[in-house]
Every structure is written in structure tokens, then in C-alpha cells.
Design a protein around this ligand. Structure first.
Ligand code: AMP
Length: 194
């Protein structure tokens, strides 16, 4: 059983690589961004609240986001058997601490954090391209700038947090999707006790 967090700036390729990791290692892929976008599309109460933050490039508040993740995990009993790739959660230190407690409650833990490290100037281009190709509402220049600022302020400290926990595996995430995935797979295969 393997639980992985994929971590990186917006546009670093978390979603694309998570799908590949999930397929290769038989993990359940939980993308909190996708969960929220589904709620927005269905115009649920959570979706309406989430949209007001996402459209401004801000994070959903921790207390709400932690409840959302807990409910996703509770509704996925298979997660405990298969293991999970967490894509987009945690995004703050309080979320990381909450995830640790949630995993302990399921007699489990995060085994490794895959950190996708990309040159800053690539990120904007990748997200503008994704906006054109996939029509993601938050992939416009103004919102992207805000998301990058939020990443630097609130999310990037997680790198140090997980280094201190001995779980951080930094991956050079420049280059082709295939090359990046090969680097990730090498790092996962080298984890102890797998
Ligand atoms: P993503 O698809 O991971 O890029 O997420 C899109 C947006 O959803 C983010 O810019 C946030 O506004 C929101 N979001 C996703 N996951 C979280 C989280 N763990 N905490 C707070 N906001 C989140």
C-alpha cells in the first residue's frame, strides 16, 4: 500500500503525472481541484462557495477544504486498500497536519511527497496553453499570477515541512511528459519497503 502526495506550483504537471502514477501503481487519484470543479459544474452549495475563491485565484479556506477531503476519503472505502495519490492537497501547513491525522485514523500514512520542480517562466506558458486547450476558467493571465503568488506564500513552505519529515523527493519536472514520468517512477521504485 502506497500513499503519495504530488506537490508543485500551478502548471507544474501534477494532474497529468498523477494520472500516470495512478495507472502504473494502481492508486486512487484524488484531485481536490477536480472535486471542486465538479461541484461548481453541478452548482452545489460547496461549488458556489468554491467558485468565489477559485475565480480569484485564492485557496479555499483550510477548515472547509479539510472537511471536503475527509468526506472524499470516507466515500472511497477502496482507498485504504489501493492507496492514494493526493493531487492538490495539502496546499498549506495546516492541511498537511490534518492529512497526517486523517491518515493515522485510517492506520496509514503518507509514504512520499513527489515535488515537481519547474522553471518559473515555463509555468505561465503551460497554464495559458491549458486554458486554450481545456477551457479552465482560472487559466487566464490575471488569475494565474494570483495563483503563483498564493503558491509562493502559502504552499511552497510545505517543501521544507516534508523535507523535515524525510518524505520529500524533488523531481526535475522540465522536459517531456514521458521523461518526467520516468524520473518519478524511478523515485517511487527506490522508496524503501515497497
Ligand atoms: P488545481 O486543480 O489543483 O490547480 O486547483 C484549482 C483551484 O482549486 C486552486 O487554485 C484553489 O483555488 C482550489 N483548491 C484545490 N485544492 C485546494 C486545496 N487543497 N486547498 C485550497 N484550495 C484548493
Amino acid at each position: 500500500m502506497l500513499n503519495i502526495v504530488i506537490f508543485g506550483a500551478p502548471g507544474s504537471g501534477k494532474g497529468t503525472q498523477s494520472e500516470r502514477i495512478a495507472a502504473r501503481y494502481g492508486l486512487l487519484h484524488i484531485s481536490t481541484g477536480e472535486v471542486l470543479r465538479e461541484h461548481i459544474a453541478r452548482r452545489t452549495k460547496l461549488g458556489i462557495i468554491a467558485d468565489s475563491y477559485i475565480s480569484k485565484g485564492q485557496l479555499i479556506p483550510d477548515d472547509l477544504m479539510i472537511k471536503v477531503l475527509a468526506s472524499v476519503l470516507d466515500n472511497e472505502p477502496a482507498a485504504a486498500q489501493s492507496g492514494v495519490i493526493f493531487d492538490g492537497f495539502p496546499r498549506t501547513i495546516p492541511q498537511a497536519k490534518a492529512l497526517k491525522i486523517m491518515m493515522e485514523e485510517h492506520n496509514s500514512k503518507v509514504h512520499a511527497v513527489i515535488g515537481l520542480e519547474v522553471d518559473e517562466n515555463c509555468l505561465m506558458q503551460r497554464m495559458l496553453l491549458r486554458g486554450q486547450q481545456e477551457g479552465r476558467a482560472d487559466d487566464n493571465e490575471e488569475t494565474i499570477k494570483q495563483r503563483l503568488a498564493v503558491y509562493h506564500q502559502q504552499t511552497s513552505p510545505l517543501r521544507e515541512y516534508y523535507i523535515a519529515e524525510g518524505k520529500y523527493c524533488g523531481i526535475d519536472a522540465n522536459g517531456s511528459i514521458d521523461d518526467i514520468f520516468a524520473r518519478i517512477a524511478r523515485a517511487i521504485d527506490a522508496l524503501p519497503n515497497l
